[in-house]
Design a protein around this ligand. Structure first.
Ligand code: HEC
Ligand code: HEC
Ligand code: HEC
Ligand code: HEC
Ligand code: HEC
Length: 224
């Protein structure tokens, strides 16, 4: 049974209840530490990564530049299997997009290269960005220690191309843009065949649909 109460008192009571709820909610929010996505915090668990990142061209970057999918639960002590498996942005298939977010031109030329096309076809033995450049230790090309410096490049290619004609191999420019350079003919040929394939498949589907439609129509008129 509700005791009878003047409307003004009822309003005042409900208003103060709302105030109390709001106040305690804001206290709870203020009390909880906001998740700390700083590099320092990442390195408190991933110390081994630090010694590499410090020399890299990306040294003053946030770890999140390449690992944008780290969740706040991860910071509380991620264990494999406990957290939902995160979509790996650093698997061989996804590295080019992750690096390419900032290196769009190199991504495009990579996608046109033998390796890039190998990757698109599902090869994981093929070279992606980090096989030639490293991940946490990307150095400037002029640095002789860089995996893609003129001096070390033969070694880098030889990881996968041992015994092949090294000198000729490394003359090939990995990021030669077909569209911009002397390769315009190749570029257009590639584009031509890609579109030819798309149009042929699309045409086949349309053709099949029309045939199906006629078959259905025939079947229906036979029934009538
Ligand atoms: C409380 C400790 C802790 C903190 C803080 C932490 N991590 Fe982790 N992280 C882990 C653990 C544990 C694993 C799982 C290692 C394993 O399974 O071998 C992991 C795995 C990873 C992986 C590999 C995931 C994969 O796809 O294989 C990446 C990348 C990573 N952490 C990046 C970060 C970044 C970036 C930060 C900061 C924003 C961070 N971590 C903060 C504990 C932590
Ligand atoms: C320029 C991009 C880039 C930046 C910046 C970067 N990472 Fe990574 N990270 C990668 C890539 C690519 C891989 C995958 C390496 C592999 O598969 O060999 C990786 C792998 C990892 C892994 C899991 C594999 C391992 O080596 O144990 C951890 C943990 C990690 N990174 C932590 C960090 C932390 C902490 C920072 C910041 C200090 C950071 N990363 C900054 C690109 C980056
Ligand atoms: C958040 C943006 C960003 C991401 C992600 C990123 N980079 Fe970079 N990268 C840069 C910037 C900015 C520079 C410095 C450019 C300069 O100094 O001219 C750089 C420099 C480089 C250089 C040296 C270029 C030079 O002129 O010396 C290489 C090689 C490179 N990155 C490769 C990678 C690879 C491989 C990855 C992925 C593992 C990656 N980058 C991810 C922004 C990024
Ligand atoms: C991580 C392994 C790996 C690295 C490192 C690598 N390649 Fe490759 N490369 C492959 C694979 C695998 C193929 C076969 C095609 C495919 O699957 O993409 C290939 C194919 C090629 C081809 C086409 C001809 C052939 O032999 O099939 C050339 C040219 C080539 N690579 C040059 C290079 C050069 C130059 C470097 C160094 C700058 C290099 N590769 C580094 C794995 C690699
Ligand atoms: C097979 C080896 C190989 C792969 C795979 C590769 N690169 Fe490169 N990259 C090189 C070489 C060699 C150079 C220097 C000569 C040139 O520009 O072709 C270079 C140059 C660069 C530069 C410019 C550095 C400078 O000094 O101007 C950037 C940035 C870069 N690569 C990013 C990437 C990214 C991002 C990917 C993946 C999408 C990638 N690379 C894949 C070998 C590779």
């Amino acid at each position: 049974m509700i005791p009878s109460m003047p409307l003004s008192k009822l309003l005042a009571l409900s208003f103060s209840i709302i105030l109390i709820v709001l106040a305690s909610a804001s206290l709870a929010v203020a009390g909880a530490e906001p998740p700390d996505f700083s590099n320092q915090n990442c390195l408190s668990c991933h110390a081994e990564v630090g010694q590499f990142t410090s020399a890299s061209v990306h040294s003053d970057f946030s770890c999140l530049a390449c690992h944008p999918n780290i969740s706040s639960e991860h910071l509380l002590g991620y264990r494999e299997g406990r957290e939902k498996p995160m979509v790996s942005l650093i698997s061989p298939q996804n590295v080019p997009e992750t690096c390419g977010a900032c290196h769009a031109e190199e991504l495009e030329s990579y996608n046109e290269s033998v390796h890039g096309r190998g990757l698109l076809l599902g090869s994981i033995e093929t070279a992606n960005c980090i096989d030639c450049h490293g991940s946490h230790n990307v150095l400037e090309r002029s640095d002789p220690q860089a995996t893609y410096s003129a001096i070390r490049l033969p070694q880098t290619c030889a990881k996968c191309h041992e015994g092949e004609a090294q000198d000729n191999f490394i003359k090939g420019v990995e990021h030669g843009s077909l569209a911009a350079g002397t390769g315009l003919a190749e570029h257009n040929t590639l584009k031509f065949f890609v579109w030819l394939t798309i149009l042929t498949v699309a045409g086949m589907i349309v053709h099949m649909e029309i045939e199906l439609y006629h078959l259905l129509k025939q079947a229906r008129s036979r029934k009538n």
